[in-house]
Design a protein around this ligand. Structure first.
Ligand SMILES: [Mg+2]
Length: 179
């Protein structure tokens, strides 16, 4: 078993501009490469878990998402960072169209993507870290049993403070978690 660093995508890896699906709109957040490199150096597998209801809403396609993902993982690879897995949930219970309109155990705050990654990559969740920018990320990690939960937020957050560490940015998170 190996420990993992779970990263939310929008708001953690890239600036959340709502439904980003084109390379030209994908803006890496300051500090993400250094944080991922530090985690990898400490033996964490890097795994991305991302709700992508934009697919279900018909705003872009799974192929658009996959194309962007290949480019994104390539940008990490250029910096010698291996992304071990990217898990995405395209469904939305109300706004999804056609086959995409349904509840999904994968959609955060449900833990399905994390549990699937655990099984497929043989991950040790208790010794893993999850970083997200929403409480739904934290909830998914908590339900799955991820040992350390980190919320990146400039706001003062009072909910679930007992289990969640809050950092104002990725640089501070890296220093606290991986230095
Ligand atoms: Mg996010």
């Amino acid at each position: 078993m190996q420990k993992a660093l779970f990263l939310d995508r929008d708001g953690i890896i890239n600036v959340d501009k709502d439904y980003v699906y084109r390379v030209e709109d994908f803006e890496f957040i300051n500090g993400i490469f250094e944080l991922a490199a530090a985690a990898q150096h400490q033996g964490y597998l890097i795994v991305v878990i991302t709700n992508q209801s934009g697919i279900g809403r018909g705003l872009y396609t799974e192929e658009d998402f996959n194309h962007l993902t290949r480019w994104m993982t390539g940008e990490f690879a250029k910096r010698k960072i291996d992304i071990a897995g990217v898990y995405c949930c395209p469904f939305h219970p109300q706004e999804g169209k056609g086959i995409y309109k349904r509840d999904s155990f994968d959609r955060k705050p449900s833990p399905g993507m994390i549990l699937r990654a655990r099984d497929e990559l043989d991950l040790d969740l208790a010794n893993s870290v999850l970083i997200g920018d929403k409480l739904s990320d934290m909830e998914a990690g908590q339900v799955a049993g991820v040992g350390r939960l980190a919320l990146i937020s400039a706001a003062i957050v009072t909910a679930c403070m007992q289990v969640v560490a809050v950092y104002p940015n990725l640089v501070d998170a890296r220093e606290a978690l991986f230095d």
